[in-house]
Design a protein around this ligand. Structure first.
Ligand code: NAD
Ligand code: MG
Length: 391
């Protein structure tokens, strides 16, 4: 039996994780579920999975949930606040933490899980973008097992040699090919991009996801964040990682070896496949995902990324090359910009402008500790908000 904490259980990844867990009642037991503010859904999940703990970020939401749990006669301790997220990530009875909070809010509980030596299923890519060296040091020091859930990184993990030790060349790898769908605006005329709405940006052609990552996919910042994520997970430099636009989202990424072999992982675009892989690794379990029908796929296309159409992707490569606090600055400015776009306070094309302004305004410092990361994050949010104020 594997005992689990799901950080962000009410989100897209969280609900997909619970869908897989529910298929294998003899293998997994939920210890803790956490969410930001969706009381109804977290309550329903509590009824179904009967965790020992449920965490709502806000105190009011927690009070509402506590009342409903009491009325239903469930024996669940309801906690609130950011410290409670860390608490349920380090409990001795927890084996595995699914890190599926969106954005910078996921960093500290995920880092706490790493420090506590938990097996980590990492969906929250922002943890690695912001604090890659701090997080990877914690993973190494505690001996945590770290399994990537992001579909591309999960594919790369599967296509690399078992027990890959962080040495690409030593393992005969020439480069990593990171696939991207290109999102909903891959072919939108450039002059129309100025006027696209949050609804259009969130209507991804292949994947159903949370709103923040959907906007990131539309700007291709998601792929930029994933390049940085791949850098930390696989010890790959910016030059080792080639983004390949593949609109069908059937090949989830590839590893190219020096002998000319290219190994890929394919599947329907459904996050339950990488989630099930992470949950059961090194075994395989049913995920509920339909078998891939290659006759239905019929054709697959590949093109080079368009850095002019998608300046966010270029900014992410730039931040990775600048290293230090640059990726944390990029990430924080992007979070502010995406939230402002979703609130209809800025047009879509201002997202890269705000990020560029933050990267230009702030010094890049070395990252020695979590505080360095949090400082850069706060500064970048301040600069990005200032820019929005000037509009
Ligand atoms: P989502 O918006 O659907 O869900 C986010 C979850 O985090 C919710 O449970 C929400 O309650 C919780 N949350 C939000 N803000 C919080 C806060 N401040 N404190 C505590 N909890 C908070 O997001 P998602 O699409 O499931 O994505 C989650 C993470 O997984 C992101 O980092 C995303 O980049 C990554 N990811 C998602 C997908 C996908 O298909 N959805 C694929 C790859 C990677
Ligand atoms: Mg991905």
């Amino acid at each position: 039996m594997q005992y689990l904490t799901i950080l962000g259980s009410t989100g897209s990844i969280g609900t997909s994780t619970l869908d897989v867990v529910a298929r294998h009642p003899g293998k997994f037991k939920i210890v803790a579920l956490t969410a930001n503010c969706h009381v109804d859904l977290l309550f329903r999940q509590c009824q179904q999975f009967k965790p020992r703990y449920a965490v709502m970020l806000g105190g009011d939401a927690a009070a509402q949930l506590r009342e409903r749990v009491r009325e239903a006669g469930l024996e669940i301790e309801v906690l609130s606040g950011a410290a409670a997220l860390e608490h349920v990530s380090v409990l001795p009875e927890v084996d595995t933490v699914m890190a599926a909070i969106v954005g910078a809010a996921g960093l500290q509980p995920t880092l706490a899980a790493a420090r506590a030596g938990k097996k980590i299923l990492l969906a929250n890519k922002e943890t690695l973008v912001m604090a890659g060296n701090v997080f990877m040091d914690a993973v190494r020091a505690s001996g945590s097992v770290l399994l990537p859930i992001d579909s591309e990184h999960n594919a790369i993990f599967q296509a690399l040699p078992r027990g890959y030790d962080g040495d690409l060349a030593g393992n005969g790898v020439r480069r990593i090919l990171l696939t991207a769908s290109g999102g909903p605006f891959r072919n939108t005329p450039l002059e129309e991009l100025q006027h696209v709405t949050p609804e259009q940006a969130c209507a991804h052609p292949n994947w159903s996801m949370g709103r923040k990552i959907s906007v990131d996919s539309a700007s291709m910042m998601n792929k930029g964040l994933e390049v940085i994520e791949a850098h930390w997970l696989f010890n790959a430099s910016a030059d080792d990682i080639q983004v390949v636009v593949h609109p069908q989202s059937v090949i989830h990424s590839l590893v190219e070896y020096v002998d000319g072999s290219v190994l890929a992982q394919l599947g329907n675009p459904d996050m339950r496949t990488p989630i099930a892989y992470g949950l059961a690794w090194p075994e395989r379990i049913d995920s509920g995902v339909a078998p891939l029908d290659l006759f239905k796929v019929a054709t697959m296309n590949f093109t080079a990324p368009d850095f002019e159409r998608f300046p966010c992707l270029a900014l992410a490569y730039q931040a990775l090359r600048a290293a230090g606090t640059a990726p944390a600055i990029l990430n924080a400015a992007n979070e502010v910009a995406v939230a402002a776009f979703l609130d209809k306070r800025i047009p879509f094309l201002y997202i890269p402008r705000l990020i560029e302004a933050a990267l230009d305004a702030l010094p890049v410092n070395a990252v020695g500790s979590l505080d360095d990361v949090l400082g850069a994050d706060a500064e970048a949010r301040r600069v990005a908000q200032q820019q929005i104020g000037k509009l």
